[in-house]
Design a protein around this ligand. Structure first.
Ligand SMILES: Nc1ncnc2c1ncn2[C@@H]1O[C@H](COP(=O)(O)OP(=O)(O)OP(=O)(O)O)[C@@H](O)[C@H]1O
Ligand SMILES: [Mg+2]
Length: 316
């Protein structure tokens, strides 16, 4: 994989405390519904932090509160020690970039043009310069294009620079969203379900991409339903349930927590501790039900596989 050469330091690198994001007591109410309740979360330099929870837990709403899309009803959000503006473009300028759960690309623009759009918060050239197309504009345009091409190399999309975004396969559209987000040289990247709809190879490639982004100096906060992806990748994982943070800890701690298994995982995922035993129990139950494999006897407990959200995003 190509490196992720940065023409500028990630925004706001002056802070030396190592805290990139600090969300304190974030609450978001919609009328009578409290979608996020008193959530604290810190992301530090060099970290990949996961945010998991069942459908409707408030994960995307929390992202929207971080990026100025929603103004939290209560609480505060700071980036490198400075309280963030409530305007999304100023949040991006401060150093936080994001991708969306529902892909938001300019469908009729090329891959390169979409990436250039993400660059605008880092260029000084204003409207008049663009209209008059003077030497300053052309210089800025060349440097933006060079940076955009570096990012397309980095994300593996360089060969498709002139393709329209709408003609890309789904997995590449998600990659393009990441390239566009990186174009603003963020110090923190928020990814909302980056592997949704991807096949296993694409998911593995995205995992490598996220690691490379972190290694190049951008901290990452990622929402995912794919538990293997989360537990392979994240230094820390926070679990949201019904808008509240149920738990936060290392992957090992979180995946072993009974409340998490009960509230979210529902059933152990492949290769998880206990998965083998669970498979044995299922096989024994099927054998007991005899002639009708899979048909549970009336007095048997409900099949774990029909429990809450399946670990690999099956409840989507
Ligand atoms: N703009 C809004 N107005 C009213 N209710 C909203 C709004 N946005 C989100 N909600 C509600 O807030 C709750 C949390 O939704 P959110 O999309 O944040 O969940 P999520 O954890 O991202 O779920 P998923 O895993 O399905 O993406 C839901 O009950 C949702 O209906
Ligand atoms: Mg969501």
């Amino acid at each position: 994989m190509t490196t992720f050469p940065s023409t500028a330091e990630p925004a706001g690198t002056a802070d030396t405390t190592g805290t990139v994001l600090e969300a304190a007591g974030v609450t978001m109410r919609f009328g009578g519904l409290t979608a996020v309740r008193g959530v604290d979360l810190t992301v530090r330099t060099g970290e990949i932090v996961g945010l998991i929870g069942p459908n409707g837990a408030g994960k995307t709403t929390f992202f929207n509160c971080l990026t100025g899309l929603y103004v939290p009803t209560e609480g505060s959000v700071s980036y490198r020690g400075t309280r963030l503006s409530r305007k999304p473009h100023l949040v991006t300028k401060a150093g936080i970039a994001r991708t969306f759960q529902n892909i938001r690309l300019f469908a009729n623009m090329t891959v390169l043009e979409n990436t250039l759009v993400g660059r605008h918060t880092r260029t000084k050239e204003g409207l008049w310069s663009a209209l008059l197309r003077g030497p300053g504009f052309h210089k800025a345009e060349r440097s933006s294009e060079q940076r955009a091409m570096e990012l397309l190399e980095f994300t593996g999309l360089a060969a498709k620079r002139d393709h329209l975004a709408r003609n890309l396969p789904y997995g590449e559209q998600r990659k393009l969203e990441i390239a566009r987000a990186l174009a603003s040289d963020p110090g923190l990247l928020l990814l909302d379900e980056p592997t949704a709809g991807m096949n296993p190879q694409e998911t593995r490639a995205t995992q490598d991409l996220v690691l490379a982004i972190r290694d190049q100096g951008t901290a990452v906060l990622v929402i995912e339903h794919d538990m293997r992806f989360i537990f392979n990748l994240c230094d820390r994982v926070a679990v949201l349930v019904q808008g509240e943070k149920l738990l936060e800890g290392t992957s090992e701690v979180v995946q072993a927590d009974e409340r998490v298994i009960a509230a979210y995982l529902g059933t152990p995922f492949d290769d998880a501790p206990g998965a083998e035993e669970a498979a044995e129990v299922r096989a024994a139950e099927e054998a007991r039900s005899g002639a009708a494999p899979g048909a549970a006897p009336e007095d048997s407990p409900p099949d774990a596989a029909s429990g809450p959200a399946t670990p690999e995003g099956g409840a989507r």
